[in-house]
Design a protein around this ligand. Structure first.
Ligand SMILES: Cc1cc2nc3c(=O)[nH]c(=O)nc-3n(C[C@H](O)[C@H](O)[C@H](O)COP(=O)(O)OP(=O)(O)OC[C@H]3O[C@@H](n4cnc5c(N)ncnc54)[C@H](O)[C@@H]3O)c2cc1C
Length: 351
């Protein structure tokens, strides 16, 4: 008790005078940004471990065993935020051009030739994109429709069609002549077929990333740029993440390191072969024919070159028509990226 009484005396005589002005200001109003719910355990000193001062934090104590443990799958999305403190670490700047999520657009489809089981995930992804748009006021998902073109023996059209049928997705099957009539810029070999997926379209990846990050920050998450994760370890009750600036302790750790995942998880024996995927832009003679609203997203069987070729409409304010080749690619080190230009398009195969 004597220690506490002495502490109060010392505070009144030595500490209070330094804080007088701050306390006078706080006497009329306060607006802490956070409410910390914790227990009465004497070892928990919120102002010490959050490094906050008067007016920074509401603290609600004696709740240690009252607030249930956070379980994402059971929580109403609105409630989740109350129980999460999130830290995101990015080695470069937000929406940089050295990973997998840059280059203006990313195609989305509803019919999925790779695996029809993806369709429920795509439905739910689209719902989440729309929710993000509503919350942020940004326009991210553009369902402009997509046409997939392939040989009768190929998987692109046949398996897209199967997935559309299985999940009751709206779609149209088109002959090569019908594809060419609707979009005369395609030269489609006779006997080939097309499938139109009205739910296909594209996302604006850089804007998607900055929107996610802005919203997360607004809700209290901390996102650090230029802070690469150098190492991590799992202890009995928590994980530790090491960077050049600090060691962070957390209950859970989620890795979203893209092409660097193999390096970050090498201790777990995760071996990933990263390959280079290239995209490019061309200038067609009549760009207005390829404008968003007139031209869909598209994909065509690669035949002898393997993979598929695909592309996008020209976006408002842009001049180039984006084309890409989705294929196995050449092995590549994401820390020593090659920026050398390569041929994307196969030699012309006009019939
Ligand atoms: C050229 C190309 C075209 C594509 N086209 C399509 C398409 O049309 N449709 C489609 O659905 N998909 C497409 N994809 C695939 C899709 O874009 C990717 O699957 C997706 O963007 C991957 O996102 P990600 O967050 O996993 O990786 P990334 O966006 O690369 O993010 C990983 C992040 O982790 C960071 N990081 C890594 N290591 C560390 C570390 N140690 N410390 C801190 N930060 C670290 C990186 O800097 C990076 O920012 C395409 C991919 C490419 C490459």
């Amino acid at each position: 008790m004597r220690k506490i009484a002495n502490g109060i005396k010392r505070f009144q005589q030595k500490v209070f005078p330094h804080y007088r002005q701050e306390f006078e200001g706080l006497a009329t109003s306060q607006s802490p940004e956070a409410l910390l719910i914790t227990c009465s355990d004497s070892r928990v000193v919120p102002e010490l471990f959050t490094q906050s001062g008067p007016g920074d934090l509401f603290v609600y104590r004696n709740a240690g065993n009252i607030v249930p443990a956070y379980r994402a799958e059971e929580q109403n999305p609105q409630l989740k935020e109350a129980f999460m403190v999130i830290l995101g670490l990015e080695q470069f700047e937000i929406a940089h051009a050295r990973g997998s999520s840059h280059g203006q657009s990313r195609m989305t489809r509803m019919a999925y030739y790779e695996q029809e089981q993806y369709v429920p995930l795509l439905r739910s992804a689209n719902e989440l994109w729309r929710r993000l748009e509503q919350e942020s006021g940004e326009s991210l998902l553009h369902q402009v429709g997509g046409v997939f073109i392939g040989s009768p023996a190929g998987t692109l059209v046949n398996d897209s069609r199967l997935s559309a049928e299985k999940h009751g997705l709206p779609h149209e099957i088109l002959s090569s002549a019908e594809v060419q009539k609707r979009w005369p810029m395609f030269v489609v070999p006779e006997g080939w077929q097309g499938m139109y997926d009205p739910g296909a379209g594209f996302l604006l990846p850089e804007k998607c990333i900055t929107t996610h990050v802005d919203l997360a920050r607004r809700k209290g998450a901390e996102i650090h740029e230029h802070e690469p994760v150098r190492g991590w370890r799992s202890e009995a009750s928590h994980v530790v993440v090491k960077t050049d600036l600090a060691e962070y302790y957390a209950e859970r750790l989620i890795f979203t390191a893209g092409a660097w995942t193999g390096k970050l998880l090498s201790d777990l024996g995760v071996r990933l072969q990263v390959t280079r995927q290239v995209l490019g832009w061309v200038s067609p003679p009549q760009p207005e024919r390829f404008a968003k609203g007139r031209f869909p997203v598209w994909a065509i069987d690669g035949l002898s070159t393997g993979g598929i070729y695909y592309g996008f409409p020209i976006l408002p304010g842009e001049s180039g028509l984006k084309l890409a080749h989705h294929h196995a690619g050449t092995p590549y080190d994401p820390d020593a990226p090659s920026r050398e230009a390569v041929r994307i398009l196969a030699p012309s195969r006009r019939p």
